[in-house]
Design a protein around this ligand. Structure first.
Ligand SMILES: [Zn+2]
Ligand SMILES: [Zn+2]
Ligand SMILES: [Zn+2]
Length: 459
């Protein structure tokens, strides 16, 4: 049974004369859990005479505000908006594999690989391993003995998929927490060096300089970061060879899938990032893990364009929450014991605070990114010429919504070129009161769990 305040809130909203308009705003946010409230207006002015042709103001809206979707990519914050982001990512990745959205279908003939770059080991963790459909023992070692902390470094359990122990170290005191968070912090740089080394290797294979390579081949990629249970990031990437002008041009005949695979394998093993020694911490050389997965993407083959696009789009809406950390910034002043953190995540966060306080590592901003276990990179990125852009996809949707606003009489139909449009918006809060949240959930069919309650706004 909802809280009495919530019931009172629902009753007053339902009795509000503006209820119908409020409900239609809520429906228009597509079930956003934490819509942004905007106050402002849109004026349409005749540039020749200065005459005000039409004004839309939020003053007449319920509560004097317009509610718009929060547009987060994170499913943990807003499932409805994350779903939009996932669908957009799918379209964007798929267009780069199969054509569409301005990318010609001939792109299907370009060499294209799905590559997974992993992190190295920072200590033995509980894992679920499968072989031919059978679950194997986690880490069975007959003669492993005990670690310096007296723990047996063997685990014969066959772990289930949802066991909380998965990803946790056999001995937390042996585990290299510093290495783990430093790897996360430097993985974007490792990725950058990987893409440079890849181009160098391709050029060398073809007997070209890197500059000459650019005149013949564009290396296009789209990648997404995925957190493993142990709290380090993996990168999944689509890497494609195009001609000099991107997907519209064919790559030269020497630029084959084999040449690309060779360059990927070479670059993945060749690159490293050095962390200089700082007070009490030794210098470290960070590299990709030995596990490197390289697979060709083919239409209708073992690994299809739909499967890859679906995979990348899925991870694009996730963050580190599966590791048991929080989906918001954590400060060194917070009482970590009082926060709902998994023990392994708590230790990774503590390590971020410890290393983040060291002078020589300040650039890594580990304290600010402790909740992300040190990773501060973008979750999904792509090279300029991979396919279409999010901006382009959103533009199409905005155009569709504008057409709808015109057809329902909320916006006037003016020729964009002959009318001056002046918009003025200010942030006026976010989220729902509990009563509104219950009504919104009923209106949009999006479950309520974890709903973000209203921020009074107006700051
Ligand atoms: Zn939202
Ligand atoms: Zn185990
Ligand atoms: Zn130990």
């Amino acid at each position: 049974m909802p809280h009495p305040h919530a019931v009172a809130g629902m009753v007053s909203r339902l009795n509000d004369p503006h209820y119908a308009r409020w409900a239609s705003q809520v429906r228009a946010t597509g079930g956003c859990r934490q819509p942004i409230h905007l106050r402002g207006r849109v004026d349409h002015i005749d540039p020749a005479t200065g005459e005000l042709l039409h004004r839309y103001s939020t003053r007449a809206e319920p509560g004097g505000v317009l509610r718009v979707p929060c547009k987060t990519r994170r499913a943990s914050r807003c499932p409805a908006c994350a779903e939009v982001y996932r669908a957009d990512t799918y379209q964007l990745i798929r267009a780069g594999l199969a054509g569409g959205k301005g990318v010609p279908e001939t792109v299907t003939g370009h060499p294209c690989l799905f590559v997974t770059l992993t992190a190295p080991s920072f200590g033995v963790v509980h894992t679920r391993r499968e072989k031919n459909g059978k679950v194997l023992p986690c880490h069975a070692r007959r003669d492993s003995g005990t670690c310096p902390h007296g723990r047996v470094m063997s685990c014969t359990a066959r772990h289930g998929t949802e066991e909380t122990r998965l990803g946790e170290p056999l001995c937390p005191d042996c585990y290299d927490y510093a290495g783990s968070v430093l790897f996360n912090a430097l993985s974007p740089e490792l990725w950058r060096r990987f893409t440079l080394a890849l181009r160098r290797r391709l050029a060398k294979t073809a007997g070209l300089t890197v500059r000459e390579l650019r005149e013949q081949v564009t290396v296009s990629f789209a990648k997404v970061a995925e957190y493993q249970r142990r709290g380090v990031v993996h990168f999944h990437a689509v890497i494609r060879l195009d001609g000099p002008d991107g997907p519209t041009a064919s790559p030269p005949s020497w630029a084959t899938a084999d040449a690309l695979e060779d360059a990927v394998r070479h670059a993945a093993s060749a690159v490293a990032v050095t962390v200089p020694a700082v007070k009490g911490e030794p210098a470290r050389v960070l590299r990709w893990g030995a596990q490197l997965d390289v697979r060709p993407i083919t239409m209708g083959g073992e690994l299809t364009d739909q499967a890859v696009a679906g995979y990348i789009a899925k991870y694009a809406t996730k963050a580190a929450e599966c590791v048991g950390t929080l989906d918001r910034r954590i400060s060194p002043l917070d009482d970590l014991d009082a926060l709902p953190l998994r023990e392994h995540a708590r230790r990774l966060i503590t390590e971020c605070f410890r290393l983040g306080a060291l002078d020589g590592l300040a650039d890594l901003r580990l304290t600010q990114w402790a909740h992300m276990l040190g990773f501060r990179g973008h979750f999904s990125t792509k090279s300029r010429r991979y396919s279409t852009t999010f901006g382009q996809i959103r533009e199409e949707r905005a155009e569709h919504m504008r057409a709808e606003a015109v057809s329902t009489g909320r916006l006037p139909l003016f020729d964009e070129d002959t009318v001056l449009v002046i918009t003025e918006w200010e942030y006026a809060g976010q989220g729902y009161s509990l009563g509104d949240a219950l009504l919104a959930a009923a209106l949009t069919g999006v479950p309520l769990a974890g709903v973000a309650l209203a921020d009074p706004g107006g700051r």
